[in-house]
Every structure is written in C-alpha cells, then in structure tokens.
Write a protein that binds this ligand. Structure first.
Ligand code: FO1
Length: 322
C-alpha cells in the first residue's frame, strides 16, 4: 500500500513529515521537482530535494524553510572578498544565493558523485540515507530540466533561481517554460512508483513551478489521468493566498485565478479530489463544477495534529483504509 507524493519544496516537505505520522515511511515515495536545480561555483544544487531531506530529518531552519538550522555562513563571507575584485562580465563568486557552511557539504557530495558517473537518483538516495530518511526520495528525472521564467518588465527570460532568489520573486512574470522537458524522461523508478501507488498525492506546492515541471515530463500526465480516482491534490492556495512563495501572484500574472477554483481547473484532468481548507468551503460548488470532488479539512499545517489529520483525510480520499 504505497503512497506517492508529487513534491516541490516547503509545502511538500511539511506534508511528508505529517504523512509519516499516519503511513509507514518506507512505503512512501516522494517524487521531487528538479526544475529549480542550479549550478553555482561549479556545484550541483537541488533545492527542493534538499529542503525535503532536511525537513523530514528535522534539520531544516524553521524560520527560513530552506537550509540547515544552526547554520554558519563563513564561506559566503569569505566569497565576498572575491566578488569585489571580479572582472566585468565574470559570473564567478555569486553571493546572491546563500549556501551555508554545512549545506555546502551536501553540494560537494552531490557534485562529486555526479562527476563519478552516479545518477541524481542514486545520489539523492545516498544523501537521504545519510540523513536517516526512510522515505524514498526520487528526483523527477535524471536528465536536466530547467524552469525558465519570463520577466514582464525586463522583457527577458531567466533561470528560476534568478527570479526566485536574486529578484526575491517580487517582479511580475509573463511566462514559465521547462527547458529540456521535451527530451528528458521521468526515471523508471518514478514511473513505477506512480504506477504501483495505492494513493498519489499532489502536495500543496506551487502548481506552476513545482508540480508543472514534473507534469511536463513525457508520460506523467497520461499516467496520472489514467489513475485519476487515486490522485488527490492539496490546494496550496488558502483564502486566495499562497501558503508560501509567489504562487498566488504568478497565477494572476499568467491569467489564472488565485483561488481553490483556479487550482481545481489546473488539476481536474489528473486528480479526482481537491483538499481545501474550511476558509474556502463556500467555493466547493465551483470546484465540483470544474470536475473535482472536494474534501474540506484544515490544510495549514500549524501543528502536528493538523498535519496528521490532513494526511489521513487525503489518503482516505484516495480510497486508502486509514
Ligand atoms: N532561498 C532564498 O530565498 N534565498 C537563498 O539564498 C536561498 C539559498 C538556498 C540554498 C540552498 C537551498 O537548498 C535552497 C535555497 N533557497 C534560498 C531556497 C530555494 O531557492 C527555494 O526555496 C526553492 O527553489 C523554491 O522551491
């Protein structure tokens, strides 16, 4: 009775932690977005995989929601010396993306293993095991897919982290594209996990830049549509606002509705059920009109009890005995 969870970063990480309270961890598979991945200082960085690993391990910085707690920043401070001397046109010593001293060890290890020929799937499993995780974490693909964001006012397209971190996701977007998704394949482990799962959960992650890159891979949407009754999505929009990050603004900027109804329209073809918070209960008829069943339960995981109840209701909606 395995559960597969389509994951972005923080919202998915918190859901996986909650799910551990109601479902065996070694029967849980997280399928993680890698469209946010980047290379800086020559290091391969997989932010969503690391956010999930650190959160489930209980090592995440709880305020930031990314990186490690009790982190130090000596390497970044030392880098600033070189950033000041960098010749015009050089991209060396970027200091806008913060890599903590301990976090760097993860990127050193990932980069070295990839250079030895290991796949991202193998390295992700090794890093998760090193942090004591029993859940199986799978990158969505072993091939590169890069989320590219069009910036309305600058009239340029930039890589996701240049929008999200460098510009603090505070500028309007005009497009989102997944470079490489046409040729990249989901791994066979991802396809098998989705095929075999008793329940498939779409985590409360940004539908446009966290879940959409996974869906953009060949065969994923078809598989999900075929298993639609077992697929349950949790809305990342509550009361018209994103739980975290720019999902609400992005939806509006890209011509959609920042509401649970907008989320239902995005997911109706692949998921039979949408889980929404009681604050959105009045919109249930519109979600049903968009073609999804509605489950109403507290979805802002403020306490462990709320998280467990959310996980329980989500699995029940997929027909799992809980
Ligand atoms: N987010 C920030 O807002 N600023 C940062 O400097 C930053 C650094 C960082 C380093 C490692 C890592 O795994 C994540 C990091 N994040 C940072 C978070 C990350 O950019 C986003 O949370 C995700 O890509 C969106 O899901």
């Amino acid at each position: 009775m395995s559960v597969a969870v389509l994951c972005g970063g923080v919202g998915a990480a918190r859901f996986l932690r909650a799910l551990a309270g109601v479902h065996p961890t070694n029967d849980t598979v997280g399928i993680v977005n890698t469209g946010d991945d980047t290379v800086l200082h020559g290091l391969s960085i997989s932010p969503d995989i690391d956010t999930i690993t650190y959160t489930v391990a209980g090592a995440i910085d709880p305020e930031r929601g990314w990186g490690l707690r009790d982190e130090t920043w000596r390497a970044m401070e030392a880098l600033a010396r070189y950033a000041e001397r960098r010749p015009a046109g050089s991209r060396a010593a970027p200091t806008w993306f913060n890599l903590g001293d301990q976090d760097l060890a993860t990127h050193f290890y990932r980069t070295a293993r990839l250079a030895e020929g290991a796949t991202l799937t193998q390295v992700t499993a090794e890093i998760a095991a090193a942090w004591g995780l029993q859940q199986h974490l799978l990158p969505m693909s072993d091939e590169r897919v890069s989320t590219m964001v069009g910036l309305r006012d600058e009239g340029v397209e930039v890589a996701f982290q240049e929008y999200f971190v460098q510009r603090r996701h505070s500028v309007p977007v005009s497009s989102v594209r997944f470079d490489g998704a046409d040729s990249a394949r989901p791994t066979r482990q991802v396809m098998a996990a989705l095929h075999d799962a008793s329940a498939i959960v779409v985590a409360p992650s940004n539908p446009l830049v966290s879940i959409a890159p996974i869906r953009a891979l060949t065969g994923i949407d078809e598989l999900l549509a075929g298993r639609r009754e077992q697929v349950v999505a949790i809305s990342p929009i509550v009361g018209g606002a994103a739980l975290k990050g720019p999902a609400d603004r992005m939806l509006v900027e890209l011509g959609m509705e920042a509401s649970v109804v907008g989320i239902a329209r995005l997911y109706a073809s692949i998921a039979a059920t949408l889980v929404i918070d009681p604050v959105d209960a009045a919109l249930a008829p519109q979600i049903e009109a968009a073609g999804m069943r509605v489950v109403i339960t507290e979805s802002v995981m403020k306490t462990a009890d709320i998280g467990r109840e959310l996980a329980r209701r989500t699995l029940a909606a997929a027909g799992m005995p809980v």
